[in-house]
Write a protein that binds this ligand. Structure first.
Ligand code: ZN
Length: 1066
């Protein structure tokens, strides 16, 4: 550069220097001279023709590439639009590459404001494309990195365009609004272009230097100033036409490495693809293929690149299906290439589960099956067993997860979602997580608090600075890559990773596998703190209630599958391993498919209820198919057990491991029956210890059965509830003598609240909803226009069953309830029907009790836990809506009350009030969520003694697992297949082993939180008993004794521990 004799200021003004640099790498200013405008010096149009694939969402699944390319394509031009929403459009692109471009990289540049994929003319899926109005996620495809003279073509490529965006198809610009059915997408660019490689390099260099200057100058770091000066000098060189000088300046900067104390970022490419969310399952299959193919293309070019992918998933048409299996089924050619990279260790399956499931609602057994079927797939298809549980995006994590992980042989856990908590910042990114039974796992949260980073200096510095465990850990995961439809890492991200690999001033960006990361963390684990109990996410707590149909069907399917597996196991005993072979084989195929349906729909937007409406009919169908399959297996197994020829009659089956005496319907009539533990009995009527009585005095109904007594008022509220014979005169809803406040307490208050979250409608029930209660069943309801209560009337009054019916009409809804008591039953049941038509309201059944306690107990997966009912700390206060399963309980040391339910998960325990959330009515992303009819039941179970002494756990199972009526020969008498002698151990699962060899798995858990010793007594011809893990791998021998056809096994359990046995039968 010549020197005119006047020097520019050496005092760089940040406010002018930084924007000047930035204008060279962004497209809005310094047009034509900036690097962006110089990247493509030459371009050429393509000859474009189009064929619209007939049909809407999912229609593509019926077409093969070879058939598609024989269709009639019509010439079109850039500027035309394609739709409507969810349709598919194929484009044929024919072009020649000029000889003058020899030696250059040539790209296809595409912009359709939609998702798309590039195919070769031989039918190879080459890469995904994803462009939007505000952001170009993946706008080009590299046709060649080095064009050769004479190879001008013509060439043909195909582009498959999906008429939806990365985040679905909302019509108003807000991603979570319900999709618009009539969107059209304009093709605004389709051309080939030559890349100036020097300009591309300079763009990435300048970009990273700009980021370093922008971030580090702020922090007073002198490397930031060096970056600023270097970048500014590069701009001067670029203006002078000296690109190579500019390039050398950058190289010089990046050559200065870190010292050994620098924090290491374990950089991993990933793309978090929600299996269904703002789009249906069918679109995810293509998102997976686009993303996987994009990563393979990058791996060809960047040998250091590794990519991690989670989630095996099924397709309901076939057992052969998954996100990995979807790839296998729908894109076999791509699958072959993926497998090669898996073998190389660069395409890495993580997580081990079938899908990234909800972390609160699935049962303990479902959690285990997520791992069992997930790992089985990875082992069978890829020869890999995942070593870590990978669940970055789920809305809270059950306290029993560490025990379940240990049962499955896993010790490593990764998530980042806890960073979303609204109130309290989680105090660790690395910690030993201790679960309900004392089991521990190593937990890591990527300190960047994200799994969709794009490798910027800001993210790298944030990751290091945000780390909560400074001094305890020297390595942190750094997950980068666009999620959902963005296709994962991009070339630009990988180029930035190279520049940040070891650059002084910034943490080291080291490409690392999850195994390498966790191995490093394990070496530091002795320094880590311990977190005991659940990881409660202080957000998204409306998802315990939204889309009640998903919760109801999930609970139903889990328990129907449990019944089916027990009966199938008993069929093995009856027919023998050889005799049962065919039945077992057919049934296990059906059960595996059923479980896959259940597991898929436990995905962390489907079960929580946060998907668009079009996902739910399909999910309902899959759940119903699973239930149907379970019932078929159950019935076939029953036929094998009992014989199916000749005269048959009703026989009762109890699948729970203790004897039951209950009122069931036999021949259309309520009948008190008795059935032994995991066994059968004829439906012989039993005489109740006491008859049920229903009387009315001045509009108050008194209902009692010798065990409990309840009073129900004019509004359907419970004003008194007590255990008969309780000498201390405890009443759940009557204040004790001497109480300072005299206000009446009520059970079964139906309360509606405004439920207008700040943003995430389907996800959140905010703290402030509690400020807007409207009791629907008290005198004030008549002040509301159009609201009315119909007071209780008697609907049943027999010695075995009494019930009264009441209801309330409000808003656009009606609520009807039968309050029922049966003979020999310790709880009062509320059989509820709701026609629900509200807008952003939540209703709860609220029970304000007389109990004095500071904590409530909640049923969770294979155990229960206590949570405070006060708001002493911000952590307590933030847990105003919590997750529980079949029951929750408020107790004083010697008495209490439990609330049971058959399909609900949202609870509030505040002071002495326990509330069960019944229904919500969010409007985004599904504006029809929960509208329509619902039936469900809950119950109040007053008890003497502790909840354990009262058998709350067992009563809640009975409330959910009905005694079955099946057909069998009339000579079939009383039999008990399996008994558990002793307290505290719940035999939950009895199932045939997955390997189809006819061995049987028993899974138990300690349900009281005590040390328990029990004896299993099996009427089975057992030849071997071994301990096994959740993967059903046999461990040590367990001693057993056989006497007169009974096999006895003594077992000892620590509190809330999970144990499984593998039994060989004769
Ligand atoms: Zn997600």
């Amino acid at each position: 550069m010549s020197d005119p004799g006047v020097q520019a200021s050496l005092h760089k003004n940040l406010k002018t220097t930084l924007p000047r640099i930035n204008n060279y790498i962004n497209s809005t200013r310094f047009r034509e001279v900036n690097l962006v405008d110089r990247l493509y010096p030459d371009s050429s149009s393509v000859e474009l023709s189009h064929w619209a694939l007939p049909g809407g969402s999912g229609a593509w699944e019926q077409w093969t590439f070879n058939t598609i390319v024989t269709q009639t394509f019509t010439p079109v031009s850039v500027g035309s639009s394609y739709g409507p929403t969810w349709t598919t459009h194929w484009f044929r692109l024919v072009f020649s590459i000029p000889d003058e471009w020899a030696g250059s990289e040539v790209r296809l540049r595409w912009a359709s404001n939609s998702e798309a994929a590039v195919w070769s003319d031989s039918g190879q899926l080459l890469q995904g494309l994803s462009t939007g109005t505000s952001y170009m996620y993946r706008p080009n495809y590299t046709i060649t990195t080095n064009h050769q003279v004479g190879q001008t073509g013509p060439y043909t490529l195909y582009v498959e365009m999906a008429a939806n965006r990365l985040f679905g198809a909302s019509g108003d610009g807000d991603n979570i609004s319900p999709p618009s059915p009539d969107l059209y997408f304009t093709l605004s660019r389709a051309e080939i272009a030559r890349v100036d490689q020097q300009v591309y390099k300079l763009t990435r260099d300048l970009e990273v230097l700009y980021q370093l200057a922008d971030k580090l100058v702020d922090l007073g770091d002198q490397r930031g100033y060096q970056a600023l000066y270097t970048a500014n000098q590069m701009v001067n060189s670029i203006i002078a036409g000296q690109d190579s000088v500019a390039s050398s300046l950058a190289d010089e900067y990046f050559s200065k490495g870190n010292g050994s104390r620098a924090h290491t970022l374990a950089v991993m490419g990933n793309c978090h693809i929600d299996s269904a969310w703002l789009w249906p399952y069918t679109e995810t299959k293509r998102k997976v293929a686009r993303s996987f193919s994009s990563q393979l293309a990058l791996m060809d070019r960047y040998p250091e690149h590794i990519f991690v992918a989670s989630q095996v998933q099924t397709d309901r048409q076939s057992l052969e299906a998954q996100q990995w299996q979807w790839c296998k089924q729908y894109f076999p050619e791509l699958w072959t290439r993926v497998k090669e990279r898996v073998t190389e260790g660069r395409f890495i399956p993580v997580g081990g589960t079938w899908v990234e499931m909800d972390g609160n609602i699935p049962s303990g057994e479902s959690f285990i099956r997520q791992f069992l079927l997930g790992q089985k797939f990875y082992q069978n298809e890829l020869g890999i067993t995942c070593k870590e549980f990978w669940l970055p995006d789920t809305f809270g994590y059950s306290a029993q997860i560490p025990a379940i992980m240990n049962h499955m042989g896993l010790k490593r856990f990764l998530t980042q979602k806890m960073s979303w908590s609204l109130v309290n910042k989680f105090p660790h990114h690395n910690f030993t997580w201790e679960g309900l039974d004392g089991s521990t796992v190593l937990a890591h949260f990527p300190p960047g608090d994200s799994y969709v980073m794009s490798v910027t200096v800001e993210e790298a510095v944030r990751t290091e600075r945000n780390l909560q465990d400074k001094g305890r850990a020297s390595t942190s995961a750094f997950l980068f890559g666009y999620g959902d439809g963005g296709g994962g890492p991009t070339q630009d991200m990988l180029e930035r990773t190279r520049r940040l690999a070891d650059t002084d001033g910034c943490p080291k960006a080291t490409l690392m596998t999850p195994d390498q990361l966790f191995t490093q963390l394990e070496s530091d684990e002795h320094n880590f703190c311990r977190w005991v109990g659940e990881l409660y996410l202080e957000l998204h707590n409306g998802t315990y209630t939204t889309h009640a149909d998903m919760k109801r069907l999930c609970r139903r399917a889990e328990l129907e599958l449990r019944d089916a597996e027990l009966l199938l196991s008993q069929a093995i005993v009856i027919l023998g391993v050889t005799g049962v072979a065919q039945l077992l084989q057919e049934s296990q195929v059906a059960l595996e498919e059923a479980w896959q349906n259940v597991l898929l729909n436990q995905f962390h937007d489907v079960l929580p209820g946060s998907c668009i409406g079009m996902v739910y009919p399909e999910a309902q169908t899959m759940y119903q198919q699973a239930i149907q399959a379970a019932n078929t297996v159950r019935d076939n197994a029953a036929a094998a057990i009992f014989g199916s020829s000749g005269e048959v009659t009703d026989v009762l089956v109890n699948t729970l491991p203790w004897p039951r005496v209950e009122v069931v319907t036999v021949g259309g009539n309520p009948t008190l029956v008795s059935v032994p533990s995991m066994g059968t009995a004829p439906p012989d009527p039993q005489t109740p210890a006491s008859q049920v009585m229903l009387t009315e005095v001045d509009g108050t109904f008194v209902i009692e059965n010798g065990l409990i007594r309840a009073e129900i008022d004019f509004y359907g509220r419970v004003t008194s509830l007590r255990v008969i014979g309780d000498d201390a005169d405890h009443d759940v809803f009557q204040r004790p003598p001497g109480a300072t406040s005299g206000e009446q307490l009520y059970g079964n208050q139906i309360v509606m609240y405004d439920d207008e979250p700040l943003y995430y409608d389907a996800w959140d029930v905010m703290d402030y909803h509690l400020e807007t209660p409207l009791v629907l069943n008290d005198a004030d309801v008549f002040l509301q226009s159009g609201y009315s209560v119909s007071s209780p009337v008697v609907v049943e009054n027999t010695p075995l069953l009494c019930s009264v019916r009441w209801g309330v009409t409000f808003g656009s809804s009606t609520f009807t309830q039968d309050i029922q008591l049966t003979a020999d039953c310790p709880h009062l049941t509320f059989l509820t029907s709701v026609s629900w038509g509200e807008n952003r309201k939540i209703i709860k059944a609220l029970h304000s009790t007389s109990l004095y306690t500071n904590s409530a107990s909640f049923d969770i997966q294979f155990g229960h836990l206590e949570r405070p009912t006060h708001m002493n700390t911000s952590w307590d206060s933030a847990r105003y809506e919590v997750c529980g399963h079949k029951w929750a309980d408020l107790s004083e040391p010697d008495w209490g009350v439990a609330v049971l339910n058959d399909c609900k998960y949202g609870w509030m325990a505040r002071g002495h009030t326990l509330a069960l959330s019944l229904l919500r009515s969010p409007k985004a992303p599904d504006d029809t969520a929960d509208m329509g009819n619902h039936t469900f039941k809950y119950a109040l179970l007053p008890h003497q003694g502790t909840l354990l002494e009262a058998g709350v756990v067992q009563r809640a199972y009975e409330f959910n697992v009905p005694i079955l009526t099946i057909q069998a020969p009339p000579d079939r008498g009383l039999e008990s297949w399996v008994r558990v002698l002793g307290q505290g151990v719940l035999l939950h699962t009895v199932k045939p082993a997955e390997d189809g060899l006819g061995e049987v798995i028993l899974r138990m858990y300690e349900c009281n939180g005590t040390r328990s010793k029990v004896t299993l007594a099996l009427q089975w011809p057992v030849t071997s008993v071994k301990e096994c893990n959740g993967m059903e791998e046999a461990g040590v021998d367990v001693p057993f004794v056989q006497d007169a056809g009974t096999t006895s096994i003594d077992l000892a359990f620590t509190p809330f521990s999970i144990k499984a046995l593998r039994l060989t039968l004769q």
